[in-house]
Design a protein around this ligand. Structure first.
Ligand SMILES: [Zn+2]
Length: 354
């Protein structure tokens, strides 16, 4: 895939300080960790699930559609039982992303996917939080946890989930609210009461939602107007509405774009079909993310490389993308300044070579 990219450009992209805003921790469960946790927790995987790491990788390369992916994803989740499992899961992702040049990450998790299996939200959050603390100390990256609601579940269940998480918003363990899972049948307006409940109780929480991955741009507009989100996850369908693109640019609403995921789930046939040039032309801020990297064939750097391979962006354009990602991050100005400076440093090192 990287045949069009010079060695210097590759090194530049590797070292370029990255912020990730769209990664589901459950989607970072590598086949290796999946089998080792199944063993540790004495879990027998169903007969139709691939029986080895190699077979898993092969199967993950050939998802028929979103549902086929979700079927594997939920079986994968079933090996996560104890606090330690969640800590190991998140820490493995942090280490991998750090080796890709990550400086800051905002990680989604789906408490409902665990609570419905009898795993308490305390087990999930405590395990993830331990990994975050360890990553900040040992890997020197900054992290935030964003709780997502599964939009295929009933609203009362979502409200209960929010209530069970109040204490974690209050003590600063959870920083935001997101909305994920199958999009088209479950439009944003269904979740107005959920977002209102979080906003009223935790006015400083970050509000975001998956919108416009496959569904019409109106899903994006309604997420902004009815859910009051300040970021859109995916949002690639916004390219069909120039007025919306202007609004996103004027209000600096960042889109968290996931190139390899869009190909794997057949939102587009090829990365080159993504509206990257149009976003740059309209000045719409976006970041580049891995979504469910263990299932979609690539972590954050792989996604940067895929974009470079198809669009051959200039060094300046990459700096702009990286800085927009910092600007759109849920971190204080001091931390932003640190990452801006690190971006300039890498750019200055490579600018005459790329
Ligand atoms: Zn996602």
């Amino acid at each position: 895939m990287s045949c069009n990219i010079s060695e210097h450009k590759h090194k530049f992209l590797h070292e370029l300080p990255k912020c990730e805003h769209h990664v589901h921790v459950e989607g970072t469960l590598s086949p290796e960790l999946l089998f080792s946790l199944a063993k540790r927790n004495n879990i027998t995987l169903p007969d139709h699930f691939p029986g080895s790491v190699e077979l898993c990788n092969e199967r993950y390369d050939n998802f028929a559609d979103l549902q086929d992916f979700l079927d594997h994803y939920y079986i994968g989740m079933s090996v996560l039982i104890n606090e330690q499992d969640f800590e190991d899961l998140a820490y493995e992702y942090f280490k991998k992303a750090k080796s890709d040049g990550l400086h800051h990450t905002e990680v989604f998790f789906d408490p409902q996917g665990h609570v419905e299996r009898g795993i308490s939200i305390e087990t999930v959050v405590n395990g993830l939080n331990k990994a975050c603390k360890k990553a900040e100390e040992e890997l020197k990256i900054s992290t935030k946890l964003i709780m997502c609601l599964l939009r295929h579940l009933p609203v009362p269940n979502c409200i209960e989930t929010i209530k069970s998480a109040h204490k974690y918003y209050n003590d600063g363990t959870i920083h935001g609210l997101g909305l994920d899972s199958s999009e088209k049948p479950f439009p944003p307006e269904l979740f107005e009461s959920c977002y209102k409940l979080v906003k009223e109780n935790h006015p400083n929480a970050l509000l975001t939602a998956h919108a416009g991955e496959e569904a019409d741009p109106i899903f994006i507009t309604n997420s902004l107007d009815l859910l009051n989100v300040t970021r859109i996850d995916h949002g690639v369908q916004s390219h069909r509405d120039d007025e919306l693109l202007k609004r996103l640019a004027d209000n600096k609403i960042m889109l968290s774009v996931c190139p390899l995921s869009n190909v794997k789930l057949q939102v587009v046939n090829d990365v080159k079909e993504l509206p990257i040039r149009k976003f740059l032309e309209f000045n719409v801020p976006f970041s580049i993310n891995s979504d469910d990297p263990a299932y979609f064939g690539g972590y954050i750097l792989d996604n940067y490389i895929a974009i470079e391979d198809r669009f051959q962006l200039t060094g300046e354009e990459w700096v702009k993308i990286a800085k927009n990602g910092v600007y759109g991050s849920f971190i204080d100005d001091k931390r932003k300044e640190e990452i801006y400076n690190a971006i300039d440093e890498v750019y200055n090192k490579y600018k005459d070579l790329i």
